[in-house]
Design a protein around this ligand. Structure first.
Ligand code: ATP
Length: 222
């Protein structure tokens, strides 16, 4: 059931990507319209959406009759049929939907989507490949979020090099230009660490900074 401050989302295309977006938004308590051209997919998503409907998303009249124009966010998760993905995005932007997020299949697809005004373009397989490679390549990186091409938030594992040191002693802002946002000892989280808080080996340190500075901290500071 939708919670009080829920948003309205429509997810077009219920493949693996669109399907998982739909299920997670619904699990988080949002209103989700799930749409696919394939009736079997639609039936599969009845338990995981507020409404599940069969329609061809390039059919502007069908989208209008479903009230898609009133949705705050629409996700276009049609992969293989690039033409349908582009036409759907065009129809949605013509309806003045503010947040249209589209899954791109390749660079050419992305370029067209940029031109026709898609608000967010995602490459789930490509992005996840990079994320997994980066996490595998470093024993110290637990996870990271890219904020832009230059800045990120990274979860790093505290090694013996920083064991029993206070944040003042580490002085990471002056030395590496990164800021410690939080320390996670033993499953707890200290979200506003004080200068005299102590880091132990095995704690997770969450830092924000320029990617080059975070890398320098990871290589030289830990
Ligand atoms: P994934 O990798 O996420 O599983 P994919 O990138 O392989 O998906 P497809 O399987 O091609 O993408 O498409 C995803 C879904 O979009 C499918 O369930 C398909 O039925 C649906 N779809 C394709 N064209 C349309 C359309 N014109 N209108 C609505 N749904 C569509």
């Amino acid at each position: 059931m939708a919670k009080r401050n829920s948003k309205q989302f429509a997810v077009i295309g219920l493949g693996r990507f669109g399907g998982s977006v739909c299920k997670e938004l619904y699990r988080l308590g949002h209103e989700v319209l799930a749409l696919d051209i394939d009736n079997e997919k639609v039936s599969e998503y009845v338990p995981f959406s507020t409404h599940a409907v069969q329609a061809d998303s390039i059919d502007e009249r069908a989208l209008k009759s479903l009230g898609i124009g009133n949705f705050e966010h629409v996700v276009v998760a049609i992969g293989d049929n690039i033409q349908a993905s582009i036409l759907t995005t065009l129809v949605l932007k013509d309806m003045d939907i503010q947040n249209v997020c589209v899954k791109a299949q390749n660079l050419y697809h992305q370029k067209v989507l940029e031109k026709i005004g898609a608000d967010q373009i995602v490459h789930p397989e490509y992005d996840m490949g990079i994320r997994i490679a980066q996490n595998m390549a470093s024993e110290k990186i637990i996870d990271h979020i890219d904020l832009s091409d230059e800045y990120s938030i990274v979860e790093l594992l505290a090694t013996s090099k920083v064991h029993n040191k206070t944040l003042i002693e580490l002085d990471v802002r002056a030395t590496f230009g990164v800021t410690i946002l939080a320390i996670k000892p033993d499953g707890n989280i200290n979200v506003s660490p004080m200068p005299d808080d102590v880091v132990k080996k095995g704690d997770i340190i969450i830092v924000i900074g320029h990617k080059n500075d975070v890398k320098r901290f990871e290589d030289e500071g830990l």
